[in-house]
Design a protein around this ligand. Structure first.
Ligand SMILES: Cc1cc2nc3c(=O)[nH]c(=O)nc-3n(C[C@H](O)[C@H](O)[C@H](O)COP(=O)(O)OP(=O)(O)OC[C@H]3O[C@@H](n4cnc5c(N)ncnc54)[C@H](O)[C@@H]3O)c2cc1C
Length: 458
């Protein structure tokens, strides 16, 4: 093993979250090492649906160059199981070229003198006096070395390379349940026959094709010849997304497959704390994905922004610990985590609905595009939705659905409140708060009869 290199911050993982955090901290003048297992020219490559609402870029003031954008959407179209009903959710979005986006973010970071350790895999962490004092990395086909830093940011995706190795009593080492993940498969296809309609990113609900998720058709160019098609299913051990794709989707899209692959999406509420000791976590490693639609690019960037901002202040004071970093939690929970917690409640309920339920909801226009937009933006199952349901169900005789939806709505509100107004204002209160959250979710899943399975093994 060779000697130690010393940095202000080590960022692990050069996905969107790690790239953005490195860029931000580099631009503040800190000495940053960005550790990534991929070679530099592959940074950005990612199995993804590639779709993102443009508001995410606007909120962060990111002027993404034109060549990163493959295609523009007017909104999202959600289609019922029979195909007979659809809802349009308004809101501008784009299909991005993930490789180009990653390479663009990387250039911004390198322009601010961050040091890229590409083709380096994080193997382990070294602890000293309740802090991570160093990280053990191995160059692909090469040497192993220790690198040291004041602070570590774990941005290594759904299977976190750093926080999975921390002591279990550190709350940042929280593990998810197996069903907190969706597993997905997708292909980018050059079609033989072009699509007629390219203005909307289409989401198809059909529990036979995508149990506990949905399948998607996202056009990737304006001529309708290139698409991103895929599906996600709940990770409960019963379904294989690749096999579901072969059975239900392959025959519908004839053409040349440009890229194919599977991936894992953490579709749950955020980790209980994004910071502990001198470690922070962001992006998929911190479970920042939207639990209902599975979009995680925008919220990964947001979490990176929030954490990097507070990390900068902590480094300035020369004291990086959970106290100095705590406000990052409060800010993130208010900006996005509260909504995620509320949508996690809805997600579990939705994963229990049948095609008949979905068909009925869409046929009777229980939800419309603007309610779904509100749900997406605020995580609120709007008053008017439950009101409309209450009127209709009395007419149509589905009182059990009404009572279930009332339950879901009340737990959605409780979850949002726990993650915002009632989120601890100091680190020592996290343990009591975490127990309250666990109790609330345990009670909820018992009430709706949801089976969440075991904790994942790392
Ligand atoms: C099939 C699929 C479709 C999706 N569709 C969409 C979509 O349409 N829109 C959307 O917004 N989101 C979508 N998502 C989610 C989105 O892709 C992620 O939320 C987002 O890319 C997460 O970024 P990240 O930087 O947190 O993590 P990642 O992109 O996972 O980056 C982590 C990085 O860490 C590196 N790494 C991991 N372990 C180590 C280690 N031990 N040592 C060194 N490096 C390591 C990895 O190589 C990787 O580069 C989708 C996800 C999947 C799987």
């Amino acid at each position: 093993m060779s000697g130690k290199d010393k940095y202000d911050v080590i960022v692990v993982g050069a996905g969107v979250a790690g790239l953005y955090a490195s860029y931000y901290l580099g631009s503040m003048g800190w000495k940053v090492a960005l550790v990534e297992s991929k070679p530099m020219h592959k940074i950005g490559e990612r199995v993804c649906g590639d779709a993102i609402g443009t508001h995410h870029f606007e909120e962060l003031g990111l002027s993404v160059p034109g060549d990163v954008i493959d295609h523009k959407y007017k909104g999202v179209m959600i289609i019922s199981p029979s195909g007979g009903h659809s809802i349009i959710v308004p809101g501008g979005g784009v299909s991005i070229n993930r490789l180009k986006f990653g390479q663009w973010l990387l250039r911004q970071a390198l322009d601010h003198n961050i040091e890229l350790l590409d083709q380096h895999v994080v193997l382990d962490v070294e602890l000293r006096e309740n802090r991570v004092s160093a990280i053990k990395v191995k160059k692909v086909n090469g040497e192993t070395k220790l690198i040291e830093a004041e602070a570590i940011i774990d941005a290594s995706g759904y299977k976190p390379a750093v926080r999975s190795k921390l002591p279990p009593e550190w709350p940042i080492s929280e593990k998810p349940y197996v069903t907190d993940y969706n597993i997905a498969y997708r292909e980018v296809i050059q079609l033989n026959e072009k699509l007629e309609e390219v203005d909307y990113a289409k989401i198809f609900i059909d529990v036979n094709i995508a149990p506990g998720g949905y399948w998607w058709l996202f056009p990737k160019n304006s001529s309708g010849t290139m698409v991103n098609v895929g599906l996600g299913v709940i990770n409960n051990g019963h379904y294989n997304p690749r096999l579901q794709y072969e059975k239900h989707l392959r025959y519908r899209f004839n053409g040349g497959v440009i890229n194919a692959g599977g991936g894992v999406v953490p579709t749950r509420r955020p980790i209980c704390t994004l910071v502990w000791s001198n470690v922070a976590t962001i992006g998929d490693a911190a479970y920042t994905v939207n639990p209902v639609h599975g979009g995680g690019i925008g919220s990964s960037l947001l979490s990176a922004h929030v954490v990097a901002k507070h990390m900068n202040s902590a480094l300035e004071t020369g004291r990086v610990n959970e106290h100095a970093l705590w406000q990052a939690n409060v800010d993130y929970m208010y900006a996005y985590g509260g909504k995620q917690a509320s949508l996690d409640v809805l997600r579990m309920y939705m994963q229990k609905l049948s095609n008949e339920d979905y068909e009925w909801i869409m046929e009777n226009k229980i939800v419309d595009g603007s309610s779904i937009y509100d749900l997406g933006v605020k995580g609120d199952l709007a008053e008017r939705v439950t009101y409309a349901i209450s009127a209709l169900i009395k007419l149509l005789g589905r009182p059990s659905l009404l009572s279930e939806l009332r339950t879901v709505r009340s737990y959605m509100n409780k979850a949002r409140e726990l993650y915002t107004q009632r989120y601890p204002r100091k680190p020592e209160d996290i343990f009591v708060w975490r127990t309250m959250v666990d109790q609330m979710f345990t009670e909820y899943i018992q009430r709706i009869g949801f089976t969440r399975g075991s904790l994942v093994k790392w």
